[in-house]
Design a binder for this molecule. Structure first.
Ligand SMILES: [Zn+2]
Length: 313
């Protein structure tokens, strides 16, 4: 387990480093309202002690955690949800209807991921997933409105990265918690306050048309800031939305025209080098690939899965 590292972002919102894979890769968010807490995205089982430590620092008893809200059921967002629910006796889990059964019975999630990583590596990375009592799970559809101690949190269904993905709009901060839908932007790649943002087209649900619609939906909220899971807060959202739209289309095009999966991976790598060096980023290609290795892998895997599923014209 890593050390607690968190940032207060105003409006009672804290960004906590989940210490998943490396520092600066995945965030969890704590919202405080009137002595109560809600968590949005919780990292893995290994992140949970950090979230509890922050509650202690803020003098919020675990009994006052009202809501635990993973944006979707990928394990870097929801892997620790069951464990956190055990520690927070009054919390309700708020989850996309397509993700609920995997939180109630995580055996399929665990078996699927163990098959990918191997049992030992899975246990090391994620620990055992803890099931959540059905009575404590609320399925939230598009338009669902959550009253958190008088603070309004609105759920927007946002497929494209995953079919079980929603985002949460917080009127108080005029911000939205976007999970992976509003892309990935690592602090190391920000140059002159300009974040570099890209769509994580990870397996198995990538859908470019759905994703473009979801970005339009998010932008129609007129929110001023987006709280990304990977990583932390971004502002000035219009140019970022444009970059995301472009890159969703470009990645889909790469996938359609790539001769082999290896060629696709190489093309994505070359694209990242070109685009990131154009921003004036001083990182060497070697360091760049250290930061992006996992994403490049998942992006090309996800694109291949999408192509295989796509009905051929
Ligand atoms: Zn995800």
């Amino acid at each position: 387990m890593g050390q607690l590292n968190y940032t207060n972002l105003g409006y009672g919102i804290s960004c906590i480093d989940a210490q998943y894979v490396r520092p600066g890769l995945a965030s969890c968010y704590l919202i405080e309202e009137d002595g109560h807490a809600a968590f949005i995205d919780v990292g893995t089982n290994h992140s949970i002690p950090l979230l509890i430590e922050l509650l202690n620092i803020k003098n919020i008893p675990v009994e006052n955690v009202d809501f635990i809200i993973p944006t979707h059921v990928h394990l870097d967002h929801a892997g620790g949800a069951g464990k956190l629910m055990q520690l927070c006796p009054n919390a309700q889990l708020i989850i996309h209807p397509r993700g609920a059964r995997h939180m109630i019975d995580p055996s399929r999630l665990q078996a699927g991921a163990s098959a990918v990583y191997g049992e030992i590596e899975f246990k090391k990375q994620y620990g055992d997933l803890v099931p959540i009592d059905e009575q404590r799970v609320t399925e939230a559809c598009d338009g669902f409105n959550l009253d958190f101690q008088g603070r309004q949190l609105n759920i927007i269904d946002t497929p494209g990265h995953a079919k079980h993905h929603f985002c949460i709009v917080d009127k108080t901060s005029n911000g939205m918690f976007t999970g992976d839908t509003f892309g990935v932007s690592y602090p190391e790649l920000t140059v002159d306050d300009q974040p570099f943002i890209f769509p994580p087209t990870s397996p198995v649900d990538f859908n470019p048309d759905d994703w473009l619609n979801s970005i339009d939906k998010l932008m129609s909220t007129q929110c001023e800031r987006a709280y990304l899971t990977h990583f932390c807060m971004v502002k000035n959202l219009n140019p970022l939305a444009d970059a995301l739209r472009d890159r969703i289309k470009i990645f889909a095009k790469f996938a359609k025209h790539a001769s082999t999966s290896d060629a696709l991976t190489q093309q994505i790598k070359a694209y990242f080098i070109d685009e990131i060096s154009a921003t004036g980023c001083q990182l060497s290609p070697e360091n760049l690939f250290k930061i992006l290795a996992l994403d490049i892998d998942l992006i090309s895997q996800g694109l291949r899965v999408w192509l295989e599923k796509k009905p051929q014209k």
